[in-house]
Design a protein around this ligand. Structure first.
Ligand code: FE2
Length: 321
């Protein structure tokens, strides 16, 4: 159901159009001229506007122009109802940013189809835009964490790419892939709470320092678990340092008790840490990192996932992927 703001000065036509829209399940706010519709616009906050052109006080052009200037009206789909003789007007309407127009007399199905199409298009755009905004905010957060770590470079985004590749190769569902997209970016978000002296220490960490370092998994979970649209990324954050043999942290889970998300993240995180140019690892050759992963399959890593990852990377090296 959508909120339709309808403007038509001819009483019988207004009633008929209103009935058609209401029978299709829409909530209709109907006005006899553009001025009344404009006055009600912000309160109604419609999903779509259906408007006649010739009306007293404020005509359809005036209404469209005024609506496009409102903050809330700049992107609302706007449909004109017009007589065929007003063909010239249609060109003018286009220049004002109208989305569609119907020539009178129109039938019910034609009107409903036009409304439906515009609403669906708007919904798709909104979904896309909010998803883009969502991912960009997450990238910003991830970069905020990364900026404190002088070794990582673009680690987070490279890891995201590798993680998505592996997820696809494992046949994960589209829904799981959406969570993977942001979960992989956020996996180290808890590092925001780790002192820089520990994060950037050149040598080995002392046991005390390592104990602090390990808390980034728990802190990360605390940051995300109360945010409804990010909560599903928690397994990536909490479990990416678990090991298949149970010697990892923070929970010491083993084998299939480790969430799939954590098992996947462990492999790609390890690979990128060693294969990329990070000063403390001297940029190990890819073949060497892959054989380390092979050696550690069933110890550090899920053996099946490790297999898939190795095949994937080797195929890429041979130019087959
Ligand atoms: Fe980590």
């Amino acid at each position: 159901m959508a909120k339709v703001l309808l403007t038509e000065d001819e009483d019988s036509l207004r009633l008929m159009t209103r009935t058609v829209l209401e029978l299709d399940g829409h909530q209709v706010f109907a006005y006899a001229n553009g001025q009344l519709a404009l006055d009600a616009f912000e309160e109604v906050n419609p999903d779509v506007v259906v408007s006649d052109i010739s009306m007293p006080l404020l005509d359809g052009f005036g209404l469209l122009d005024a609506v496009r200037r409102l903050h809330t009206g700049s992107v609302v789909p706007f449909l004109f109802l017009t007589a065929r003789s007003e063909h010239e007007d249609v060109r003018f309407a286009r220049s004002l940013g109208v989305d569609d127009y119907l020539f009178k007399p129109y039938d019910a199905e034609e009107l409903l189809e036009a409304v439906r199409t515009r609403l669906e298009r708007r919904r798709v755009i909104e979904l896309f835009e909010s998803r883009q905004a969502h991912i960009q905010t997450i990238i910003m957060l991830a970069k905020l964490v990364e900026a404190r770590d002088e070794y990582t470079g673009d680690h987070v985004q490279r890891v995201q790419f590798l993680a998505m590749e592996l997820g696809l190769a494992l046949g994960w569902t589209p829904e799981a892939m959406v969570i993977l997209e942001y979960g992989s970016l956020l996996h180290d978000i808890g590092k925001i709470a780790i002192p820089e002296a520990i994060l950037n220490k050149p040598g080995k960490l002392t046991p005390e320092e390592f104990a602090i370092m390990r808390t980034h998994t728990i802190v990360g979970e605390k940051i995300l678990r109360d945010i409804s649209h990010l909560r599903r990324a928690v397994p990536y954050v909490r479990h990416h340092h678990e090991r298949w043999d149970g010697t990892g942290y923070p929970d010491g889970l083993a084998g299939e008790d480790i969430p799939l998300e954590g098992r996947l993240m462990a492999i790609v995180d390890f690979f990128d840490a060693l294969a990329s140019e990070r000063s403390y690892h001297h940029n190990m050759p890819v073949e060497q990192v892959l054989s380390l992963i092979r050696e550690n399959a069933g110890k550090h890593f899920d053996p099946i996932m490790a297999d898939v990852f190795i095949s994937l990377q080797e195929a890429k090296r041979l130019g087959q992927a």
